[in-house]
Design a binder for this molecule. Structure first.
Ligand SMILES: Cc1cc2nc3c(=O)[nH]c(=O)nc-3n(C[C@H](O)[C@H](O)[C@H](O)COP(=O)(O)OP(=O)(O)OC[C@H]3O[C@@H](n4cnc5c(N)ncnc54)[C@H](O)[C@@H]3O)c2cc1C
Length: 511
């Protein structure tokens, strides 16, 4: 058996049959097996948009060639009765707990929110009656922010190849589409993520893992650089190791840890708005046509570095919807998501400006102050509209310093309220956004027809834990802080990988 890797250009609406036929013509035999390693859309020439595929082919007719590399994540196996408590069931906490259990530890995964189907009911109630459950919403509950995320599995981190492969395999076994293995921009979609969260939980429990819902960590007890137990609403819990994966929306956890002596630093982050267009505008701008057979919906990524604060698009959701995503009462913020089919008539993306609070406020800003600053902004948006309606302005009006009196239909579940963003966001952020939007409008026809809705404030944490290796908190021998809340990862895959690295680090200590 010989092996060959082929780079193939295919029309956007190719079928498995036409791909097979193309390979057959290239290797001059019909006796072969193939698998797709990579698939990306090449849209550089608008008149000739096509898929680029890298395909591994094996056949008796091929001479030589190397069998494709197939290395797997190695999980050290321990023989121990030691218990690890993991706090938070988002991607970081779940994958950490799952790998720890696979390594042989007793593992208890605690989550302040409910299981995922109760969570769906709570989110529906919020949409219908605006009643927010502070333990069960877009940020909190089984699967963490990851469950109601858009499910884009892109990650720019170069050092997590095996962790990434492990995470993708687990998602596929739990019901995610097989194509995430090779797509350059893999996407699961919020509707399928719910199912994968439930199936992953079942796998973890079948392995012997313990999972406690509605269980909130409220305190930690520290003695000589070691956490001896945590306090929860269900009583004290002691363990040998503790992995905290509470995400970046759980401000009470940050506060409790800082006050208990866990060290954090203020770090750069980003704030801004979410922009929504009709998907047709984006398709036309990117493809010069309303539809492209074989491709769901056009996306985009834009950046502008010439203003006082760099501005960029973030978490772009083609064929999706803007959601109201406050984790707690009294704050107002938005986010975006889409289902697997990406077939809603709208496209949205955060348009955020990078921000260093030490520079912004011209002094050293303590971590607790940084959290207060972000929450202050979120409260301002809440007070401006008296709830969860979204302060909004059309992009064209925003650029000209005007407000907008009437809005077209949008995907936002509540009302849009005419807003003067100057009253809500710092002047340098507004100015940077204006300059950037002028440029984005030149790059993408119709961009100024979009609507800006605020506030987008939770793209990443404003603070970062002091960690030594693989998530271990400085000055501690058994306390790990992983995932987006630690300030060291961003997104589903890098957060999951961060949790896995901590799990493997713990296992190595016990081998
Ligand atoms: C609407 C939306 C869309 C997104 N889209 C994408 C996307 O397309 N792609 C992508 O990569 N990322 C996306 N993200 C971001 C992604 O969801 C996060 O980066 C990721 O979930 C972070 O994982 P995590 O495990 O670190 O934390 P989280 O997922 O935030 O999980 C933390 C968990 O800890 C629990 N917890 C907190 N405090 C306590 C406590 N005291 N006791 C017990 N439990 C506690 C919380 O309830 C929560 O379930 C999106 C986020 C949102 C909100």
């Amino acid at each position: 058996m010989g092996y060959k890797s082929l780079n193939i250009k295919m029309p956007t609406d190719y079928t498995e049959e036409t791909l097979r036929y193309t390979i057959e013509k290239m290797i001059l035999t019909s006796e072969f097996e193939f698998s797709i390693d990579k698939k990306s859309l090449d849209g550089r020439q608008k008149s000739n948009i096509h898929w680029l595929l890298r395909v591994s082919v094996s056949s008796k007719s091929i001479k030589g060639g190397d069998e494709p590399e197939n290395s797997e994540l190695e999980i050290p196996q321990v023989n121990t009765n030691k218990l690890v408590i993991v706090v938070g069931s988002g991607p970081a906490g779940f994958y950490s707990a799952y790998v720890l259990r696979k390594a042989g530890f007793r593992v208890r995964l605690i989550e302040q929110g409910p299981e995922v189907f109760q969570r769906i009911k709570d989110v529906k109630l919020f949409h219908k009656k605006r009643i927010l459950n502070e333990r069960s919403n877009y940020a909190f509950g089984e699967g963490g922010a990851g469950t109601f995320s858009d499910g884009k599995l892109t990650s720019r981190t170069k050092t997590i190849k095996l962790e990434r492969k492990f995470i993708f395999n687990e998602y596929i076994e739990a019901g995610a589409p097989e194509e995430i293995r090779y797509l350059a921009k893999p996407h699961i979609g919020s509707n399928l993520l719910v199912k994968t969260a439930r199936n992953l939980r079942t796998k973890f429990i079948d392995l012997g893992g313990e999972m406690l819902f509605d269980t909130e960590m409220t305190g930690i007890n520290i003695q000589d650089g070691k956490v001896t137990f945590i306090e929860t609403n269900k009583g004290q819990m002691d363990a040998d190791y503790f992995v905290i994966a509470s995400g970046h929306s759980s401000y009470p956890v940050y506060e409790m840890l800082i006050k208990s002596g866990v060290k954090f630093q203020t770090k750069p982050f980003a704030i801004g708005n979410r922009v929504e267009h009709t998907q047709e505008i984006i398709n036309n701008a990117q493809w010069r046509t309303k539809e492209l057979p074989g491709v769901k919906a056009a996306d985009y990524a834009v950046t502008f570095n010439d203003a006082s604060n760099p501005v960029y698009s973030f978490c772009m959701c083609p064929g999706g919807n803007v959601v109201s995503a406050p984790p707690t009462k009294g704050v107002n913020l938005v986010n975006g998501m889409s289902n697997y089919k990406r077939n809603y008539p709208f496209a949205n993306s955060a348009i955020v400006a990078g921000l260093d609070l030490n520079k912004q406020l011209k002094r050293n800003v303590e971590p607790l102050e940084a959290l207060d600053w972000v929450m202050g902004l979120e409260r301002k948006f809440y007070d401006y509209v008296g709830g969860y309606d979204a302060p909004a302005v059309k992009v064209a009006d925003f650029i000209e310093g005007k407000t907008t009196s009437t809005f077209p239909a949008t995907s936002y579940p509540f009302d849009l309220i005419t807003a003067d963003m100057n009253e809500l966001l710092p002047a340098n952020i507004i100015n940077s956004q204006k300059e950037a939007l002028r440029k984005f409008n030149k790059q993408m026809l119709g961009f100024d027809q979009g609507i800006l809705m605020g506030l987008e404030s939770r793209t990443s944490s404003p603070i970062q834990a002091d960690r030594s290796r693989e998530g271990l908190c400085d000055g501690f021998s058994n306390l790990y802080f992983v995932g987006e809340g630690s300030g060291f990862s961003g997104g589903i895959v890098s957060s999951g990988a961060d949790g896995i690295k901590a799990a493997i680090d713990i296992a190595r200590q016990e081998v």
